[in-house]
Every structure is written in structure tokens, then in C-alpha cells.
Design a protein around this ligand. Structure first.
Ligand code: COA
Length: 440
């Protein structure tokens, strides 16, 4: 066989090309594997790995994931427990279920810290990723994801790539050189999409309340879900908005297409949309393909509050499970039941409040479970996880209004929160506040 150094990139590619099954056969018992968020997951390779484990060929493999978007057997049921277990750095559908059922593990973190945590604490046997086809320079675009991939590759002994021709080629994102890759497999299929969120009267109302506070020229971060999408919808009438966000979402495509976003007023990366990963509809993937105006960068840069705050009028909008009278925000659990990681919520709350003219909104429908539970509570449920602390929280929003908490006393916070709680719960909340001696 020709020496690697003498091969052209196409020969090199061919020399490293295996089927997904052949590549999965390289994995050994006891390996720790890491993938990054959403559609950068190497689903074909991972499916082949799970098939080997199901045959009893593997023991003690750990697969680290972030936002899992494929139905992996090791998250779907405990059938592979001990053979392959998932370890999630955030979690979503599959991982959420597995963590609560005791056959997957979870690593608490601020998203911005993951690259540093990996560099300081971890060594992986392999990094798996789905990428766009190799370009004429021998580079694979890591497509929709910056996130922690660079750190994961630095700390992985091997890089196994899965080429999917449907992956967008993102010139402003991470590129991986064929020389740095150990093996490649090919698996082309349509990319997974997030079902569009259903905007009901409540989310539309909340979206309008927040949009009223956002000036033209602001720089925005929107989280995942119906309420951030409703805010995006209500922002279509604005001008000169900028985007600096963790996740690039569908509503942002609409804001760019309708001209509300042009990034012209940004102090940092003017003219460019900045994100650390994108996930949503095919419209996102089409917009990203070949687009020089969207930068997909490492999360330790994008989500650093000291970077976020460099844009003036930075506005962040996220959601949560419940809030107590202090303004402590639980976004990760229902009592002890795990729902998700912190993601970038705190990164953006801090970045926005440090930005000149910046604001952070935690927005949610005032009740859960068909109106039977108030999401504003005297105390968080026992076992609930505090995501955003009372010292960081800024504005809380429900369909009944906006409570500004930052800089306010406990009594002022409690009053402001009761005023935006669902009317059915206000008397009970006032009673509880008085019982606790809060000066209403
Ligand atoms: N008490 C009891 N149950 C509650 C509740 C409350 N206060 N609030 C919500 N729930 C229940 C819902 O009824 C639902 O139950 P189900 O699974 O049985 O249907 C479940 O909890 C999930 O609620 P939902 O409103 O559908 O939340 P979600 O899945 O859309 O996720 C967060 C909401 C808060 C978990 C999500 O926004 C998140 O991940 N936040 C943290 C990270 C973050 O903010 N990232 C932003 C940067 S992208």
C-alpha cells in the first residue's frame, strides 16, 4: 500500500473508507465514545455498534451524547445495559427516559464549560460524527455543529466519520482534514427535523409581551420550544436585529428571510449570525449550505457570558419548569425527575444582564398539567434542581405579564410574581407568602 503522505486526498479517502458495520467492528469492549449535538450524531455507525452489542460482542462501552435526536437502543430500553450505556451532557427524549430509569448517566454542566471539562477530565477512545462529503481540499464540514467537537477530537484517540450527503456544507463552521481522520463510512439519508412547535393563544400572548420590550437593533438568543418560537414570530416587525445564540432555530430563518435580522448593529461579528449548533427544519439546513454569513463556532466561545455581553442590547429568552418567590428558576427537573441539563440558559442569562441595555427573560405558561399546577410557587418542589439562581435571574414572564426581579427585594419579587401567576392561584400564593413572613 502507498504511504499516506504520497496519496492524493481521494486515494486517502478510499484507503480509509469502510462500511458502517466494518467500522463498528473496530470498537472494543470498554471503549468510551463521544458524539456531539443533534444531527452531527453518527447514527448509522452507532446503530451498527448497537447491533454488535445486541449480539453480545461488546461489554462496558460508554457513548457520550449531548442532544440525542435518533432513537438509540441504549436509551430506548435497558436491553443493552452493561453492554452499551449512554452518558448525557444535556439529554432530551431518549436520554431523559434512560436517566430516570437508571440505565444512563448524566453529567451536570454549563454548556460553555463542556470543552474545558473534556480537556481537563476525559480521554475518549473514539469521536464519532456525521459530516458533509469531503471537499476539494480534503476537508469535511462538521456541518451544523461547533459545540464541543474540537475539544472532543483533541481528547479522542481516533476520529471515525460518517459521511451523509444531505449534511449542509458550512464554510463558517468546523472543518476536519482527511489526514486527521482514522476511518470513514458513508450513510446518506434525510436529516432529522424538529416538528414545528404549535403556537397557541398563550404562547402567542407571551411572545407579544416580550417582543414589545425588544428594541430595533437588539441582539437575540432564543431557546428551544413554543414560547421562544412565538417570540421569534412576534419579532418579524422589528428592524436591524442581530443573532448571537446557542441554538440556531427555525424562527431565526424566518427572521432572516423577512429582513428583521441583518446583524448590522452588532458590535461583535457585525453582519454575521453566530451560533454553536443548528437544529430544526430542512429550511435551516438549506440556509446553512454554503452560507458565509452564519458562523458555527465552539461553545466555550459562543456561550461565554463575557463574549455574549460584547453585543449591546443582548436579549435572551428561555423557558423553565417552575420558579419560587426568590426567583430561583428550575429548568431541569420536575421534583427529582430529571428533564434536561442546564444547556446554555445560565450562560445567556449572565451574558444578557452584563450587556449594555441587555435583558434576560425566562418565559412560561403560568400553569402546568391542564391548569392544575401553578409554575410560580412559594418553594421549588423537593428535589428540584436550581438552574438560574436568584442572583442572576432578571425577568420572569407568563401570559399575565412580566415580573422584573433583578435588583429587587424578596417582598418586591414575591409581589411581582404573584401578580403574573394564574388568577386561580394568587390567593393561595399570597397566603403562603404572608405565612412565611414576607412583607407583602
Ligand atoms: N410541575 C409539574 N410538572 C411540570 C411542571 C411543573 N411546574 N412544568 C412542566 N411540567 C411537566 C409537563 O407537564 C410535561 O410533562 P409530560 O412530560 O408528562 O408531558 C413535562 O414537565 C415537560 O414540560 P414542557 O413544558 O413540555 O417542557 P419541555 O419538554 O418543553 O422542556 C425545559 C422545558 C424547561 C426543560 C426546556 O426549556 C429546557 O430544556 N431548559 C433548560 C435548558 C435551556 O434553557 N436551554 C436554552 C438554551 S437552548
Amino acid at each position: 500500500m502507498k504511504e499516506e503522505t504520497n496519496m492524493n486526498i481521494h486515494e486517502l479517502y478510499k484507503s480509509k473508507l469502510l462500511s458502517c458495520g466494518e467500522l463498528a467492528a473496530k470498537v472494543e469492549s470498554g471503549w468510551a465514545i463521544i458524539m456531539d449535538a443533534a444531527i452531527s450524531e453518527a447514527d448509522g455507525l452507532t446503530a451498527a455498534l448497537c447491533a454488535r452489542a445486541a449480539e453480545g460482542e461488546l461489554q462496558g462501552v460508554k457513548v457520550h451524547t449531548m442532544l440525542d435526536v435518533y432513537p438509540y437502543p441504549f436509551y430506548e430500553s435497558n436491553g443493552l445495559d452493561g453492554r452499551i450505556n449512554g452518558v448525557s451532557w444535556f439529554s432530551s427524549g431518549g436520554a431523559r427516559k434512560a436517566i430516570n430509569a437508571g440505565y444512563a448517566d448524566f453529567i451536570p454542566n454549563y454548556y460553555r464549560d463542556i470543552p474545558g471539562l473534556i480537556r481537563a477530565n476525559y480521554r475518549f477512545d473514539a469521536f464519532f460524527a456525521s459530516v458533509a462529503p469531503m471537499d476539494e481540499n480534503g476537508k469535511f464540514s462538521l456541518s451544523t455543529v461547533g459545540s464541543y467537537s474540537r475539544a472532543a477530537m483533541e481528547k479522542a484517540d481516533r476520529i471515525f466519520l460518517e459521511v451523509n450527503e444531505e449534511q449542509p456544507y458550512v464554510p463558517g463552521g468546523i472543518m476536519i482534514d482527511i489526514k486527521d481522520v482514522d476511518f470513514v463510512c458513508e450513510n446518506t439519508h434525510a436529516l432529522p427535523v424538529l416538528p414545528p412547535s404549535k403556537l397557541d393563544a398563550t404562547s402567542i400572548k407571551i411572545g407579544e409581551l416580550i417582543a414589545e420590550r425588544i428594541p430595533d437593533g437588539a441582539c437575540i438568543q432564543l431557546g428551544i420550544g413554543a414560547i421562544p418560537d412565538a417570540v421569534g414570530n412576534a419579532l418579524k416587525v422589528k428592524r436591524d436585529l442581530g443573532i448571537h445564540t446557542e441554538m440556531f432555530t427555525d424562527s431565526m430563518v424566518e427572521l432572516i428571510n423577512c429582513g428583521a435580522v441583518n446583524n448590522s448593529k452588532k458590535q461583535l461579528h457585525p453582519g454575521k449570525t453566530v451560533t454553536t449548533f443548528a437544529y430544526g427544519s430542512q429550511r435551516i439546513y438549506d440556509l446553512l449550505n454554503g452560507n458565509q454569513d452564519i458562523l458555527i463556532m465552539d461553545v466555550d466561545y459562543v456561550n461565554d457570558p463575557n463574549v455574549i455581553c460584547r453585543n449591546k442590547n443582548m436579549v435572551s429568552i428561555n423557558s423553565c419548569i417552575e420558579v419560587d418567590f426568590w426567583g430561583q428558576v428550575c429548568s431541569e427537573s420536575v421534583g427529582t425527575r430529571h428533564m434536561s441539563g442546564s444547556g446554555g440558559q445560565v450562560d445567556y442569562v449572565r451574558g444578557a444582564i452584563q450587556s449594555e441595555g441587555g435583558m434576560s427573560f425566562i418565559a412560561f405558561e403560568s400553569t402546568a398539567k391542564g391548569g392544575t399546577i401553578s409554575k410560580i410557587k412559594p418553594c421549588l418542589a423537593p428535589g428540584a434542581v436550581v438552574t438560574t439562581s436568584k442572583n442572576d435571574v432578571d425577568c420572569i414572564v407568563t401570559e399575565f405579564g412580566i415580573a422584573k426581579l433583578r435588583g429587587r427585594s424578596l417582598a418586591e419579587r414575591t409581589k411581582a410574581l404573584i401578580a403574573i401567576a394564574h388568577p386561580d392561584f394568587r390567593d393561595e400564593l399570597s397566603f403562603e407568602a404572608k405565612k412565611r413572613g414576607i412583607m407583602l
